[in-house]
Design a protein around this ligand. Structure first.
Ligand SMILES: [Zn+2]
Length: 254
């Protein structure tokens, strides 16, 4: 079985004690690539160190909407500089998050649009984070229709109607631990969508799937997401893995 963790923050201190062992557990399960999304300037050295140390770890520059604050212009110059320095599989995670705080709503929109323009300039797909902002996020993506913008709505947990709009815009859905949560309703939505629309992710160390919910998440827990999708699609794990891995490889730039 070949799997890809399309979204995992494995550079976080939560893995400092056992990072290599954690990576090895995931590799033993068949995880062949780990994509590390950016948050802000502070995590860049740790992302770079991981990508340099492991040929199967790939960093993605990006300013997370929750890190958009009074310093966002300086933060954006860091992303811009990184884009000019090396090549990356994608740009992210970027987007809109109005869950905790709406103070920087306008700045979040601006940072999202600026980074999306850079993605087009560098011909990179984007990894989108959206929370309490689904329709606003879809509307921004639609502004770029016809310009070849592609990407992933990471940690998708929205409605069927939102999913259809996302697929129509040429984007994929990143599916993680939420699909294992009983009351989330995500499995019912996915049952109406083709497997060709999905990529797998853990978002580790966050959003831990059942049966480890409440503990630290890690990439080997992709197995629980695959197992749930086997039930949803009535397909063997090998087929879930093969299709979602092909979807990810076709999207990311290498
Ligand atoms: Zn993330």
């Amino acid at each position: 079985m070949k799997l890809i963790d399309t979204h995992c923050h494995l550079y976080q201190p939560a893995f400092d004690a056992d990072r290599d062992a954690m990576l090895e557990r995931a590799r033993q399960l068949g995880v062949q690539r780990f994509y590390l999304p950016g948050i802000d300037a502070e995590v860049v050295p740790r992302m770079q160190a991981m990508a340099a140390a492991h040929a199967d770890c790939f960093m993605m520059p990006g300013l997370h909407p929750c890190s958009v604050n009074d310093q966002y212009k300086e933060e954006l110059t860091v992303v811009e500089r990184l884009l000019g320095q090396a090549s990356y599989p994608a740009l992210g995670e970027i987007g809109l998050d109005f869950y905790w705080d709406k103070t920087y709503t306008q700045q979040q929109f601006e940072a999202f649009r600026i980074q999306t323009e850079w993605a087009l300039q560098y011909q990179l797909p984007i990894v989108i984070h959206t929370r309490n902002a689904m329709q606003d996020t879809i509307n921004v993506v639609r502004e770029y229709q016809g310009r070849g913008l592609r990407g992933i709505f990471h940690c998708f947990s929205g409605s069927y109607e939102s999913a259809v709009q996302i697929l129509d815009a040429g984007f994929l859905l990143g599916i993680g631990g939420v699909v294992t949560y009983k009351n989330a309703g995500l499995a019912e939505v996915l049952a109406r969508l083709p497997l060709s629309a999905l990529v797998l992710e853990t978002d580790a160390p966050y959003l831990t799937p059942v049966p480890h919910r409440g503990q630290r998440n890690e990439s080997s827990y992709l197995q629980y997401i695959v197992a749930r999708l086997c039930q949803v699609y009535q397909l063997p794990a090998e087929e879930i893995a093969a299709t979602t891995t092909a979807n990810a490889l076709a999207l990311f730039r290498h």
